[in-house]
Design a protein around this ligand. Structure first.
Ligand code: HEC
Length: 111
C-alpha cells in the first residue's frame, strides 16, 4: 500500500488538535491557579477588586476599560515590576507565567 500525503493530512491535523487542545486548557487553568494564589487577595476571583484588601488598597477592576485598554506589554510590566501598592511579582513568577496572567486577565468575564 502506498502512503498518500493528501490522505494523511487530515489524520495529522486531528492528531495535532488532540494534543494541542488539552495543552491550551492546561495553560489556562495554570494561569487561573496562579491568579488565585497570588492575586485574588486584592483583585478578587472575578478581577473586580471588591475584596476587603482590594478596597483598602484601591486595587483596580481588572475588567475595566481602563485596564483592558492597556497593551499586553504594559500589563505584564505592572505585574512584574509593581505599581503603587501593587506588589512586583517579577521575582516570583517567570515571564511566561506573567504572560499567561495577562491572557487570563483578558478573558475575565465582563461585569
Ligand atoms: C497587595 C494587593 C495586590 C496584589 C496581591 C496584586 N495586586 Fe494588582 N494591583 C493592586 C493595586 C493597589 C493596583 C492599582 C495600582 C495603581 O494604579 O496605583 C493594582 C493594579 C493592577 C493592574 C492594573 C495596572 C494598570 O496599569 O492599570 C494589573 C494588571 C494587576 N494589578 C494585576 C495583578 C496580578 C496579575 C496579580 C497577581 C500576580 C496582582 N495584581 C496582585 C494590588 C494588588
Amino acid at each position: 500500500m502506498q502512503l498518500n500525503a493528501s490522505r494523511l493530512a487530515p489524520v495529522v491535523l486531528v492528531c495535532l488538535a488532540i494534543v494541542a487542545i488539552p495543552l491550551s486548557l492546561q495553560a489556562q487553568s495554570d494561569a487561573a491557579k496562579v491568579f488565585k494564589a497570588n492575586c485574588t487577595l486584592c483583585h478578587s476571583e472575578d478581577g473586580s477588586g471588591n475584596s476587603p484588601t482590594g478596597k483598602a488598597l484601591k486595587a483596580k477592576d481588572l475588567r475595566s476599560d481602563e485596564v483592558q485598554g492597556k497593551a499586553d506589554a504594559d500589563l505584564a510590566d505592572v505585574i512584574a515590576k509593581g505599581k503603587g501598592k501593587m506588589p512586583a511579582f517579577g521575582a516570583k513568577l517567570s515571564p511566561d507565567k506573567v504572560k499567561d496572567l495577562v491572557a487570563y486577565i483578558r478573558q475575565l468575564p465582563k461585569k
